[in-house]
Design a binder for this molecule. Structure first.
Ligand code: AHR
Length: 504
């Protein structure tokens, strides 16, 4: 059977301009993300800094915009001072987050140098586990103050004359999680976030701050945590963070597709809680959302995946091998993020390379694109402009977790600078193709198709390897421009991207 679905959009009905920082990622000192991922002196493609050229090239192709650093759970025991200055004087320490040995051969200045080469914005985080406002203000002074003070002159002495000018700062990481080094109650965390945020904005009033939300929607303190934390540090922060990892433990594709819906609930619930805190104050201020960790992650989740004995240096950890269904779910999550563009202003796919990453490497060898690379690259390349409010007509399927789920999940972004509209569409039926018609009103007759691609495979479990990137976009030959829109056939279980140009 062929399903039928339609989308109506109007150029004047806009959800919000898309903040391109939603297409970010995350680099943690963990496993082979830094060491053996972005940094591997001695690798055949390494540059004079030890940055892997093949990973840098794939990062640019992925097109991510902002990169969070240095953790993650690693952050909560990290002393930033260990990672700056002459490399031969940096201490080697135990990392209690992942039970590994941290050599500190890569730190703040290496990361900033890598960001400049990768053409991405850095997003930094301060340790509010073992440390507090004092170290945070010193670290910010080191990074952003122009000069003439102890810490800013220390940066200069380390070879960085100009301030790093880091705008986006996270106040700790997953502070509600018992696995965190020095986890906190909402009362404790709210106060430390308030005082740290206060002094950080005294040092540099141009920065933006994100408070930690719950480390997942399933946490027992979820929502109460967000309320109390924001009620305490509402005046100091600009964002609340969300972390969302999607799973397919039951190996049931319908339930896995339904996990995408739980992200939508999560976003709307956290926005509602933040607005309740604003309402209590009769404040117009709107706390925005930073989805600063998200991905599919469940296969590499056994105790030995997350912890190797013997305090090794940069062991393989969380090396999730992504398959085709994971790519579809990642695409769906990106659509949800874009459709919530009025509240989600930053997002970080966790993580960039090797550790639950879209890029995978062999130490000393090749680097390649995992399946999930492609929907991300499609969105970063083609998601520019204003997210349009859609009227979607579609058939549904039933899931145990969330009841009725629409087969079609879609978003459309209008780029006023080019006149292009990008339509991203996921067909969540595993059995049936879908005839889709898109009507784009307000852009005139005579739209033309710039490109039409699909990500499709008959086997949901198909993976990419270094020798065979079997999952990659191909042309969708069915797409036809028609009047004020287009008609196309979406294959069963497929991710589709159409770019239309308005007749100018
Ligand atoms: O991304 C892997 C880990 O997941 C991060 O360190 C932590 O913040 C989260 O629990």
């Amino acid at each position: 059977m062929t399903l039928k679905a339609s989308i109506i959009a109007d150029r004047d009905f806009v959800i919000a301009p898309l903040d391109r920082r939603v297409f970010g990622t995350f680099v943690e000192h963990m496993g082979r993300c830094v060491y053996g991922g972005i940094y591997e002196p001695g690798h055949p493609t390494a540059d004079e800094h030890g940055f892997r050229g093949d990973v840098l090239a794939l990062t640019k192709e992925l097109g991510v915009t902002i990169v969070r650093y240095p953790g993650g759970n690693f952050l909560s025991g990290y002393d930033w001072e260990d990672g700056v200055g002459p490399k031969d004087q940096r201490p080697v320490k135990l990392d209690l987050a992942w039970f590994t040995t941290e050599t500190n051969q890569f730190g703040t200045n290496e990361f900033i140098t890598w960001c400049r080469k990768a053409e991405v914005e850095p997003m930094f985080a301060v340790n509010l586990g073992t440390r507090g406002p004092d170290e945070a203000r010193h670290f910010l002074e080191y990074c952003n103050h122009p000069g003439g003070t102890y810490y800013s002159d220390l940066r200069k002495a380390h070879g960085f004359e100009q301030p790093h000018d880091i705008k986006f700062w996270c106040l700790g990481n997953e502070m509600d999680g018992p696995w965190q080094t020095c986890a906190k109650t909402a009362t404790e965390y709210g106060r430390i976030a308030q005082e740290t945020g206060k002094v950080m904005k005294w040092v540099d009033p141009t920065i933006e701050l994100a408070a930690c939300g719950s480390s997942q929607r399933a946490m027992p303190t979820y929502a109460a945590w967000e309320y109390e934390v924001l009620d305490t540090c509402f005046d100091q922060v600009d964002y609340i963070s969300l972390h969302h990892y999607m799973r397919n433990d039951s190996n049931d594709i319908k339930e896995f597709f339904a996990e995408i819906e739980s992200l939508d609930y999560f976003i709307k619930e956290v926005a509602a809680v933040a607005d309740a805190v604003a309402a209590k104050r009769r404040s117009k201020k709107r706390i925005m959302l930073s989805l600063d960790e998200w991905n599919v992650w469940y296969k590499a989740h056994t105790p030995t995946d997350v912890k190797k004995p013997g305090w090794p240096e940069a062991p393989p950890l969380l090396e999730e091998i992504y398959n085709f269904e994971d790519a579809l779910v990642v695409g769906g999550a990106l659509i949800v993020m874009m459709n919530n563009a009025d509240r989600v202003k930053a997002g970080c796919l966790a993580q960039l390379v090797n550790v639950i990453g879209p890029i995978f490497t062999e130490t000393g060898g090749a680097a390649w694109r995992q399946t999930i690379f492609h929907p991300i690259a499609d969105c970063t390349r083609l998601g520019h402009g204003e997210v349009l409010r859609l009227k979607v007509n579609t058939t549904i399927f039933e899931s145990k977790a969330h009841g009725d789920i629409p087969h079609l999940l879609a978003t459309a972004i209008y780029n006023p600078e080019t006149g292009d509209v990008s339509v991203f569409a996921l067909n969540r039926s595993t059995e049936d193709a879908m005839e889709l018609s898109v009507d784009l009103r307000g852009l005139g007759e005579g739209l033309s198709i710039v490109s039409a691609t699909e990500l499709h495979h008959a086997d949901l479990k198909q993976i990419n390897t270094k020798d065979d990137e079997a999952i990659r976009p191909t042309q969708n030959k069915s797409a036809l421009a028609e009047g004020t829109g287009l008609k196309a056939t979406l294959k069963p279980q497929s991710w589709n991207v159409f770019v239309l140009k308005a007749a100018m």
